[in-house]
Design a protein around this ligand. Sequence first.
Ligand code: CO
Length: 224
Amino acid sequence: MTNSYEGIFENNKKWVEGKLADNPNYFHDLAKTQHPDYLYIGCSDSRATAEELMGVGPGEVFVHRNIANVVNTLDMSSTAVIQYAVEHLKVKHIIVCGHYNCGGVKAAMTSQDLGLLNPWLRNIRDVYRLHQEELDSIDEEKKYDRLVELNVQEQCINVIKMACVQERYILEEYPIVHGWVFDLRTGKIIDLEIDFEKILKDIQKIYNLTDSDWVMSKKNKNIS
Ligand code: CO
């Protein structure tokens, strides 16, 4: 299952040859630009790949991965990725994809000192605290799966809280934010069917970051 270090370069050579056999201009075209419709925010876990599980190739999905697919506005990396994807690439869908058997979520469930990982895992521990009543009423195994799902849901909300997402959505009716869980035990993607419109409406009572005058002036300009 594990590729040797040298084997990876052999794999790459074969991959290049295969692509060129199908289309001699493949890399020439690939190098020109990118127009992905999807931003995928997932876990760094080696088993939860982005492109492979979605069945898409290079150029089709903009990817950000970190431990336990966390979106925190204090994290410059995910914030920059989302801002760039929304404002410049104009992606149509933002997917937050967690996965069952997530080590990051498991670590957050155990209340122990994990050193440098503590501030990162706190994001997930906060999700636990928000949903403690529900989580403490179910058994351990189900609780683990449920925290994976609730973490996805809360990270979707964190994406929707961002001004760039709210503004682009008001102007152009996208991006739509989706919450998924990848089930390693079956290979299937489960759509949590997050109610994007409702979450947006609900959180705008508190997190409305759009300057309505600015948005309306941009909207009018787009229409005229
Ligand atoms: Co994980």
